[in-house]
Design a binder for this molecule. Structure first.
Ligand code: ZN
Length: 508
C-alpha cells in the first residue's frame, strides 16, 4: 500500500538525515476508517462499525482490552524507501557486519535522543537516552524489536597468490549456484581505502573445518580477481548483482533483503515513533521500545544465542524478531507483512503472536483472511496482512523462545531466497540446464507495500501491544454470549463463572 505524504523539506546526510525545523510539517496520519468510508461512499460511522466487526473483537462492539489508537503517526515513506535501498546494498557477512553497523551508528548519531550500545558479542542495541513508557509495577514489559545484520556471503579465507584468493561462504546456498559465478570482493577494512574488485569463482576448495577437524563449517572456493588488488583475509565478498531498483509493479529488487530490509523497517518504525515523541503525538511513548540488531544469524543464530546468554535483553522482554522468509504460493509477495506463528523448528509464544495479530487486525480493519461466512472483499480494504507458519527456514524467534523469552516473528515474504533464482526448479530437479545454463543467483525481492505495511505494523505495536492474550479474551466473550445454550436440552445449571479466565489470558 502507499499513502504516506511528504513530511516537510529535508536534506540528506550520510547515514541519517537532518530535518529542517524540528517536527516541521509533521502531520497526523489519516484514519484507515475514513478511507474505507470514502471509497465505499458510506458514512464514517458505518465504516467504523464494519471495521470493528471485521476486527471481530467481540459481539458487543467493544474491543477486547484497551481501545486501539485509530491513527498512526505520519510516516515518512520516502526516507523509509531510501533507507531500504541503501541498507540492503551494503556488503555484509556473518562475523563481518561492520559496514552495516557503521551505517546504523551514523543514523543513531543524527538523533540526539537515541543511544547505541554494543554487547560483548557485538550485537547492537538502540534505545532512547530517556526511557520511553511508564516504569514501576504494572508498567508494560519492554518490547525488543530485532533483526540480523548479516546475509549469506563470502569472506576471504586465504591469499593464494597474486590475483587469486580462497573465499569461504558463510550461509545457506545450494552448490549449483557457485559454478563460474561472478563475485565482488570488498576491500577496505582496517584503514585501507574502500574498493570493490570483481572476480570469478574458479574451483572448489577444501572448506573451513571445525576446531576438532571433524566437521566442515563453510564451503570454500578459489576466485580469480579481475585486477591485481591487495585483498586482505577477512574482506567480504558478495555476488555480483545489478544495483537495487523498484520496478513498475512496486517490487523492490535488491542485494540482501534478508535481513537488511527488516532492519530498515525497524529503523523506519523507530524513527516514526521518535518523531511522534518529539511532537507529543497521541498514543506514542506509552511503552518501553528498543531495537536489537544481531550478528551472524546466517550460520546458526550465533549473535542471537550470545544475546540470550549475555542477557542483553532483560528476562521479561517481549521479543519481536523480524525476518524475510521464503515466499510460497500461500504466502505471496504483495500479500502484506506476515505475523509468523512459527518456523521450520518450532512455534512461537502464542500470547505475543496473538497480540501482534490483534494490532495488525486493528490497523488493517480486518482479519488476515475472510471467514467462511464472509465475502473475500472483507479483506480487500485497508492494509493487507497475513498470518502464516513459514516453514521454509528457521528464525531467531525460535532461539529466543528456547532461552525462555516470550518471542514471536514478523516477516516479509521474500523472492529469490538467499539470492537463489529459480530455486523451486533447482530443488525439484526440473531446472533445465541445457536451455538456461547453470543456475544463477539474482537479487532478492520483496514488495514495497509489504515493507511499508511492516513499518506500519511496527509503529502500531510500538504504540500499544496488549499484554494479555487477546485470543483468550475473545474466547471468553464468545462463551459469555452463548453459554445460555448449554442450559437447553436438560442441563439445568450450566458451567457459570469466568473462573481462571483472566489468569489464563495473562499466562497466554
Ligand atoms: Zn537468511
Amino acid at each position: 500500500m502507499s499513502g504516506g505524504q511528504e513530511v516537510g523539506s529535508r536534506k540528506q546526510e550520510a547515514g541519517g538525515e537532518k530535518r529542517i525545523g524540528a517536527g516541521g510539517g509533521w502531520r497526523v496520519g489519516r484514519r484507515y476508517t475514513s478511507r474505507m468510508s470514502k471509497r465505499d461512499g458510506v458514512g464514517v460511522r458505518t465504516a467504523k462499525k464494519r471495521a470493528r466487526r471485521a476486527v471481530g473483537a467481540s459481539a458487543n462492539g467493544k474491543a477486547a482490552g484497551a481501545r486501539p489508537p485509530a491513527v498512526l503517526p505520519e510516516r515518512d515513506r520516502e526516507a523509509h524507501k531510501r533507507w531500504l535501498l541503501e541498507i540492503t546494498q551494503i556488503p555484509t557477512a556473518a562475523g563481518r557486519e561492520q559496514r552495516v553497523a557503521a551505517w546504523i551508528r551514523a543514523w543513531v548519531a543524527a538523533r540526539p535522543e537515541l543511544v547505541l550500545k554494543e554487547d560483548a558479542a557485538g550485537n547492537l542495541v538502540i534505545e532512547p537516552k530517556k526511557r520511553w513508557g511508564k516504569s514501576g509495577a504494572g508498567a508494560p514489559r519492554p518490547i525488543f524489536i530485532t533483526a540480523h545484520l548479516d546475509h549469506p556471503a563470502f569472506v576471504v579465507e586465504r591469499i593464494i597468490g597474486p590475483g587469486t584468493v580462497e573465499l569461504a561462504f558463510r550461509g545457506g546456498v545450494m552448490d549449483e549456484y557457485f559454478r563460474d559465478a561472478r563475485v565482488v570482493v570488498h576491500v577496505g577494512d582496517g584503514g585501507r581505502a574502500e574498493r570493490a574488485v570483481s572476480a570469478i569463482l574458479s574451483g572448489e576448495g577444501a572448506g573451513v573445518a571445525s576446531a576438532d577437524g571433524k566437521e566442515r563449517l563453510f564451503k570454500t572456493y578459489t576466485a580469480e580477481l579481475d585486477e591485481e588488488v591487495e585483498v586482505g583475509v577477512g574482506d567480504v565478498g558478495t555476488w555480483a548483482l545489478p544495483p537495487a531498483e523498484v520496478d513498475g509493479h512496486g517490487i523492490v529488487h535488491t542485494h540482501a533483503c534478508d535481513d537488511l530490509a527488516a532492519l530498515a523497517a525497524a529503523l523506519s518504525a523507530y524513527d516514526t515513533l521518535l518523531q511522534g515523541m518529539r511532537v507529543g503525538a497521541a498514543g506514542v511513548g506509552g511503552q518501553d521500545v528498543r531495537l536489537i540488531f544481531t550478528r551472524s544469524e546466517e550460520i546458526g543464530f550465533t549473535g542471537a544465542i550470545a544475546a540470550c546468554k549475555l542477557r542483553t535483553m532483560p528476562k521479561n522482554a517481549r521479543v519481536i524478531a523480524l525476518e524475510n522468509s521464503r515466499s510460497f504460493a500461500d504466502s505471496p509477495i504483495g500479500g502484506g507483512p506476515i505475523v509468523r506463528v512459527g518456523d521450520r523448528m518450532s512455534v512461537f509464544s502464542p500470547r505475543l503472536t496473538a497480540a501482534c495479530a490483534k494490532r495488525a487486525e486493528q490497523i488493517a480493519g480486518h482479519a488476515a483472511s475472510p471467514r467462511a461466512t464472509e465475502r473475500n472483499a472483507v479483506v480487500a480494504e485497508g492494509m493487507k496482512w497475513q498470518r502464516k507458519l513459514m516453514a521454509g527456514g528457521a528464525c531467531e524467534a525460535t532461539v529466543f523462545c528456547a532461552y525462555g523469552y516470550e518471542a514471536t516473528c514478523l516477516c516479509l515474504p521474500l523472492g529469490n531466497y538467499h539470492n537463489m533464482a529459480d530455486l523451486a526448479d533447482v530443488q525439484a530437479g526440473t531446472y533445465d540446464v541445457a536451455a538456461k545454463g547453470p543456475p544463477r543467483v539474482g537479487r532478492e525481492f520483496i514488495a514495497l507495500g509489504d515493507y511499508e505495511g511492516l513499518v506500519d505494523l511496527l509503529v502500531a505495536i510500538g504504540m500499544e501491544l496488549p499484554e494479555a492474550n487477546p485470543v483468550v479474551e475473545r474466547i471468553e466473550k464468545l462463551y459469555e454470549k452463548h453459554e445460555f445454550v448449554l442450559r437447553e436440552g436438560g442441563a439445568a445449571k450450566g458451567v457459570g463463572g469466568r473462573k481462571g479466565a483472566k489468569r489464563e489470558a495473562r499466562r497466554g
